[in-house]
Design a protein around this ligand. Structure first.
Ligand code: HEM
Length: 181
């Protein structure tokens, strides 16, 4: 997993819980990287889960909720860090449909060793987008937080229903997004 996912997580933890919490959760983790992340480095995704699990232990917030919250937080950072991906994406559905066919394609060009999820998107009707997450990594809650972050960014009235669809080969979750009104 790319270092930027780690550095942004640690920035969020510092902002919400303080620098001491960052030190504590890194000290508690048996990290092969030693906890010194650079944005362009590549690290085992299990280290991220290890850090989040320590944070969960200290804050008593379930891992699932922390991973979701991190996804939600990260979406607002995307706009600040990479405004180019938002050009011409006028609605939440426009943006979400561009993740697999454009954004993650560009990410892969930039970081050939990135390990990215795949998303299948289908408009079931003009108000319903079905977005299926598929990955070798167990980050469906992260995807859920990012998608909710996208809805909130565009300030649209959209509800999400999520249904796990894991197979022995991969992690998968089906998100059904319905526009209200
Ligand atoms: C709502 C929009 C998005 C969703 C739902 C999404 C979803 C995800 C998820 C779930 C992962 C974790 C890896 C996995 O599960 O296999 C991931 C990784 C990543 N995504 Fe996205 N993403 C979104 C938008 C973006 C944008 C705008 C960028 C900006 C460039 C981006 C860049 C990345 C990068 C760099 C990684 C790390 C890859 C790695 O660690 O090897 N994503 N994305």
């Amino acid at each position: 997993m790319k270092g930027i996912v780690f550095t942004e997580l640690l920035d969020m933890v510092e902002g919400r819980f303080g620098m001491n919490m960052v030190d504590d959760i890194l000290d508690d983790s048996k990290l092969s990287s030693g906890g010194a992340y650079t944005t362009v480095g590549t690290y085992d995704y299990k280290e991220l889960l290890n850090i989040v699990s320590n944070l969960s232990h200290k804050t008593k917030i379930p891992v699932k909720d922390l991973v979701y919250t991190y996804g939600h937080h990260l979406f607002s950072r995307f706009h600040a860090l990479m405004p180019q991906f938002f050009v011409g994406k006028n609605t939440c559905f426009d943006f979400l449909q561009s993740v697999d066919r454009y954004i993650h394609v560009e990410v892969k060009k930039l970081y050939p060793d990135a390990s990215l999820p795949r998303f299948k998107t289908d408009m079931a009707d003009h108000k319903t987008l079905v977005m299926t997450y598929m990955s070798q990594c167990p980050f469906a809650d992260f995807a859920h937080g990012l998608i909710q972050g996208c809805i909130d960014f565009y300030q649209e009235k959209i509800t999400i229903e999520a249904k796990d669809n894991n197979t022995p080969e991969e992690y998968s979750r089906i998100f059904t997004l319905k526009k209200n009104g």
